[in-house]
Design a binder for this molecule. Structure first.
Ligand SMILES: Nc1nc2c(ncn2[C@@H]2O[C@H](COP(=O)(O)OP(=O)(O)OP(=O)(O)O)[C@@H](O)[C@H]2O)c(=O)[nH]1
Ligand SMILES: [Mg+2]
Length: 149
């Protein structure tokens, strides 16, 4: 994956003495949100597409040299599972918006996710990262790395 846009992370609530950060994975169906999450959580890459309804993970990390918890919510990209969207956009402290570089429409949908966050939160001052995934499939690339969001 390649990180193409980044904003700083703001602190979240405390959990057992450690800071807790609520991160939400967003993006169109099949762009690789679950694969990315599994790679991060368990260092395994699922090579199948099992459409997510909603999966939550909690893992211990160090952020700014302090122990912290990351609550990662892996959400549904497929439209039929998106009823909870507004609720998790309200609760997220940081968002990872994913698209596939092989799928131009998923890039356009990424911009829509940003707008949806704005509609729910009424501010653009929300930490978020735009991730262009599947860069190993260079021969099928539809989204230039130079595109500006
Ligand atoms: N070649 C390649 N395939 C990938 C990459 N990331 C994910 N995939 C594949 O893309 C397919 C979909 O990945 P998922 O992680 O299930 O996609 P998702 O965004 O979670 O999809 P939904 O849960 O339906 O929203 C799977 O077959 C993955 O193995 C990548 O970086 N490169
Ligand atoms: Mg998924």
């Amino acid at each position: 994956m390649e990180v193409e846009n980044e904003a700083s992370c703001s602190p979240g609530s405390a959990s057992g003495g450690s800071r807790e950060y609520k991160v939400v994975m967003l993006g169109a169906g099949g762009v690789g949100k679950s694969a990315m999450t599994m790679q991060f959580i368990s260092h395994q890459f699922p090579d199948y597409h099992d459409p997510t309804i909603e999966d939550a993970y909690k893992t211990q990390v160090r952020i700014d040299n302090e122990p912290a918890y990351l609550d990662i919510l892996d959400t549904a990209g497929q439209a039929e599972f998106t009823a909870m969207r507004e609720q998790y956009m309200r609760g997220g402290e940081g968002f990872i918006i994913c698209y596939s570089v092989t799928d131009r429409q998923s890039f356009q949908e990424a911009a829509k996710f940003k707008e949806l966050i704005f509609q729910v939160r009424h501010t653009y001052e929300i930490p978020l990262v735009l991730v262009g995934n599947k860069i190993d499939l260079e021969q099928f690339r539809q989204v230039s790395a130079n595109f500006i969001w």
